[in-house]
Structures are given as C-alpha cells and as structure tokens.
Design a protein around this ligand. Structure first.
Ligand code: ZN
Length: 500
C-alpha cells in the first residue's frame, strides 16, 4: 500500500465512521398537526446517544433571527414529559425561563414530548389553525443545549393538508437539517398552497409558494423576480444555495429572511396598482438581498446566535439599512423601476428622516444597538430607524466612491469584498473590519460619513450630491432630489450608471 493509497484508505474509513456516527447521533423530531382546532402543535423529539450525560439542558429559543425582539417562546411550551428508552419517566427542573434540566439516569436515549400553543398569526411566531400551519422553527422546536450541532430528521404528520413549502431538503419522507441552526433557519408552511411557475437563475431553481395569494398576473411577478435575482447575484457574482423559496403565509407586507428562503406576508392584489407594485417589489428585493447581506455578510455579534437572549450589534444600518438602499438600485438595473421613481424614493427617504425630531436624539449606531429595547418601530419622537437613516448612509457612500474613482468603483465593491472575505472565513465582521473595507473605497471621506453613523451631526447632503451631479431642493422641509442639467464628464458617468 503506497502512502497515497493508505491516506485514501484512512479517508474512506473516516468518512464511513463519520456517517455512521452522524446517523447514530441524528435527532428525530416528529411534529403532529392534528390538534389544529385547538392551535396546538404536538412535538416528539428523540435524542439518542446521551449515556455519558448525567444531566441534559433542553431549551427553546426566545427570539427568531431576523426579528430583533425577545418573543418569549418558552411561555408557549405545555405538558412537557420526558421518557427514556426503557419507557421510564424522567424528572426535570426548570432552571430559568427557557431551560429544562433533565436528570438522564444514565439513559441511552430520551424522548421529549410537549405541546406548543400557536394562536398568533405573525411572521416571527408559529401558528396552527383551520387554514394552515406555519411552523416558525425557533418558536416550536426545543434543542438540547449540548447537541445544537447534531443532524436532524423531521417528519410532519397531518391528515388535513397535502402541500408543504420550506427551504429544507427531503430524504425519503423526512426533512433533514444538518443541525439546529439550519432547522431554525427554515420556516415551514403547510396548507392548501398554490405554487407559482418556478424559474432558474444560473442553474438554481426559484420557487414561490403560498396561501391566499390574491388576484394578479402570476407570470409577470415571477418574471420580475427572476430579473431582480439576476441583478442581485451579478453584484456578488455568486449564488450560494441549491434552491430558493419565497413562502407567502397570508396577507400583509412583512417578511423574515433566511439563507435559502424567505417567509413573508403578501397581498398579490396590490400588484395591480403601479405604486403599490413598486412597494411590494422593493420589499421582496429587500428580503432576497438579505440572504447575502446579513445571512452571509453579518455582524459578528449575530451569529452564531445566542437563542436565549438579545444579540446586540451597532451595525444593523448595514444589514438592514443597506438592504433598503439596494432595493431601488437592483430594481432599477433590472428595468423594473424607472430612474424617476428611484429619485422620488430617495427624496422620500430624506424627507422622513429629516422630519423626525428624534434625529437629534439618537445616533444610527444606537438605533441598531437599542432596537431590542426600543421595539421594531422605535419610540415615536424619541428614536430613529436604521431602516430610514441606514440607506441615506448608503447613498453618501455610493456617491463618494463613484465620484472619487471616476465611477470605476461603487458601493457594490464594498458589498462584494465583505461577501467574499467573510464567506471564506465563515464568520461575522467586526465593526473595525467593516469600517476598514469602507475606507478602502471611500478614502478620506470615510471619517465624515461614519460620523453620521456614530454622532448626531447633521448630514451634509449637498456636498455629496453636488459632487455627483445631483441637486437637492428643500421647500419648507420637503426635499426633492434631481439630476442636474449640466454635468461634468465624471458626473455624467456616475448619474448614467446609477440611474438607468
Ligand atoms: Zn430586513
């Protein structure tokens, strides 16, 4: 046996033992939907191979990534019962709001039975009722704290509905997740679902599945989404998933991003009016953009997640704010949003921020850090929103980078760098690392632009707008952005590329 073959032999032995190990360790979860009339999920979780543990802490998350509020999912856990492989009932104590400590009695394997009360129809929570089951996994599935990394096999038992939408892959009858993080990142909708005609981008399939979608041109929506996805993936020159699913759980206009899906509420009737169509496509673009910006380009504080507590970061102006900025950019490149509408949306963004008296009370970094306390919509008159001020920083950065590089570079390069560096390193960015990449492209202006993130200093829009060939009129607090009539060569390049 040569050294090379011996090494190969070792690799094979190692992979075989590894896969046996994985199977032996795999956690099985059964979720039963039959008590839909009582809004009760019945869950059974089987955890094997725990003999070496004397005690096992079982937890349920208290929040769901993407929605930065504690939602106290532990309050919905009912009738918890733990048994072992000999069918003995095991005792447990609750050590805090979301932890149940089990005395394992040297058992080989344990089964946890419990119910989840799921009455709230809300995108960040779980719901079960007459019309559908929306499994928000963080709100439904408990996890053994020590075995968050184990693979999971999930079955959904229900006698009522036939169709299921999720980003999880299937193996036989079971859905599989490589660990609890992937499971928590994969919402599941069960019901009488409609599936819109799917499309491919760069060989990857994209689906739109949902309930009560409304009356609209299905083909046109999917054509628009395809164009949007082509333009978004062109920025990053990558498409880092095997398939992607938009999961529409009912009427509304909210959403939470995942790595290969987004769960959203949606009213297709609104697509028939151009103004609201633009709003819906903005929002779908935003959710899609997130699978790059925040799921993969993420602040180090939010991932790996602490599912039990607040995960505070000062950089949601990037994760959320720049995802808002790119809504119009992407749709304009895709030929869906005209430059006139884009300029109008910029004007509105400036209006709503500049007319909020809280702009003198809270910094952008603090609006991110304290969102857990201030609430998803902030406190009126007291706080600002990173959804509003964040994209304004996006505007300044993009204009500055384009002007100083004669339009050779743009904010796209910052996003692309962040993506490739932290995807390779498989970790989140530190604030100083983010700022260093911004500085690489925005140069000397970085300090001033970042001062708008960390201080209350009024934004000097005119400086950046004038340099780029844009005009900003302010009539009694109503701002209007337009492209100047006379432009230098560089300004022509910039405005032509930015507003297509
Ligand atoms: Zn968002």
């Amino acid at each position: 046996m040569t050294n090379k073959i011996f090494k190969l032999f070792l690799v094979i032995i190692f992979s075989i033992s590894n896969s046996i190990y994985a199977q032996k360790d795999s956690i099985r979860i059964d979720v039963n939907l039959d008590s839909f009339a009582d809004h009760l999920y019945k869950i059974k979780i089987k955890i094997p191979n725990i003999k070496s543990e004397n005690i096992l802490d079982i937890k349920i998350p208290e929040w769901t990534p993407g929605y930065y509020q504690l939602l106290n999912f532990s309050e919905n856990v009912q009738n918890l019962k733990v048994t072992n492989n000999k069918n003995e009932v095991l005792g447990f104590v609750k050590t805090n709001a979301n932890t149940w400590r089990i005395a394992t009695n040297q058992s080989e394997k344990i089964t946890i039975d419990y119910q989840i009360s799921a009455k709230d129809e809300f995108i960040a929570k779980a719901y079960l009722g007459e019309k559908k089951a929306f499994i928000r996994p963080t709100a439904v599935f408990m996890f053994p704290e020590k075995f968050l990394e184990r693979p999971i096999s999930l079955t959904i038992e229900n006698s009522k509905w036939k169709k299921i939408a999720t980003g999880l892959d299937k193996k036989g009858k079971n859905y599989i997740a490589k660990d609890f993080n992937q499971l928590y990142d994969s919402p599941i909708l069960v019901g009488d679902l409609e599936e819109l005609p799917s499309f491919e981008v760069k060989g990857k399939k994209h689906f739109f599945k949902g309930i009560e979608l409304g009356d609209f041109d299905r083909k046109k929506l999917m054509d628009d989404l395809q164009k949007m996805i082509i333009e978004t993936t062109n920025i990053f020159n990558d498409i880092p998933y095997e398939h992607y699913t938009f999961i529409s759980i009912g009427k509304g206009n909210g959403g939470i991003e995942q790595t290969n899906s987004t769960a959203l509420t949606f009213n297709g009737n609104s697509l028939n009016v151009e103004k609201s169509r633009q709003k819906i496509l903005n929002f779908l673009t935003h959710e899609y953009f997130h699978h790059f910006n925040i799921k993969r380009i993420r602040p180090i504080e939010i991932g790996p997640f602490n599912y039990s507590d607040k995960n505070k970061t000062k950089t949601l102006w990037v994760g959320e704010g720049l995802s808002v900025y790119y809504e119009a950019i992407v749709l304009n490149r895709a030929g869906i949003k005209s430059k006139e509408v884009m300029l109008e949306e910029w004007s509105q963004m400036i209006n709503s921020f500049e007319n909020n008296p809280a702009k003198e009370k809270q910094t952008l970094a603090d609006s991110s850090y304290y969102t857990w306390e201030d609430g998803p919509f902030g406190k009126k008159g007291e706080t600002i929103s990173f959804y509003e001020k964040g994209p304004l920083i996006g505007i300044l950065l993009d204009l500055q980078i384009r002007i100083s590089s004669e339009n050779k570079y743009s904010l796209d390069n910052v996003m692309k760098d962040l993506y490739s560096i932290y995807k390779n390193e498989n970790r989140g960015y530190l604030e100083e690392e983010l700022n260093a990449i911004i500085k690489k492209y925005a140069g000397d202006a970085t300090e001033e632009i970042l001062s708008y993130v960390y201080t209350l200093q009024p934004i000097d829009y005119l400086k950046y707008f004038n340099n780029a060939g844009l005009d900003l009129q302010n009539q009694n607090g109503k701002y209007q952005v337009s492209i100047k009539k006379t432009l230098t060569k560089t300004q022509q390049k910039v405005t032509k590329d930015l507003f297509r």
